[in-house]
Unconditional design. Structure first.
Length: 100
């Protein structure tokens, strides 16, 4: 499967791999290798994120989706202080789960 640039439609070339911090259940922090691809035409760099990570978010998608769908609240055991109430409110207003 070839990935193409969203700007100019040219196939992307491998650029490098970076480490991405992902916060998961149980306050566990993992470092995930994320491949970056570069467009040879316009020079834009695109990250090839796995399905369980949202762009620009530190928490895994399962936690974010649980908050948006109402399964995880500030009172949920195990999530009382993780993530904070303002972060949960921001996720709900951004409607993140519809973008995947």
């Amino acid at each position: 499967m070839k990935t193409v640039c969203k700007t100019c439609g040219v196939p992307l070339k491998y650029y490098d791999t970076v480490s991405r911090i992902v916060r998961t259940k149980g306050h566990v922090i993992i470092h995930v290798p994320v491949q970056r691809l570069k467009c040879p035409m316009c020079g834009c760099i695109h990250r090839n994120l796995p399905d369980y990570i949202y762009p620009y978010k530190q928490y895994e998608a399962e936690i974010i989706d649980g908050v948006i769908e109402g399964f995880i609240t500030c009172d949920t055991i195990g999530f009382e202080d993780y993530p904070c109430e303002m972060t949960m409110l921001r996720w709900k207003t951004q409607k993140l789960h519809s973008s995947l």
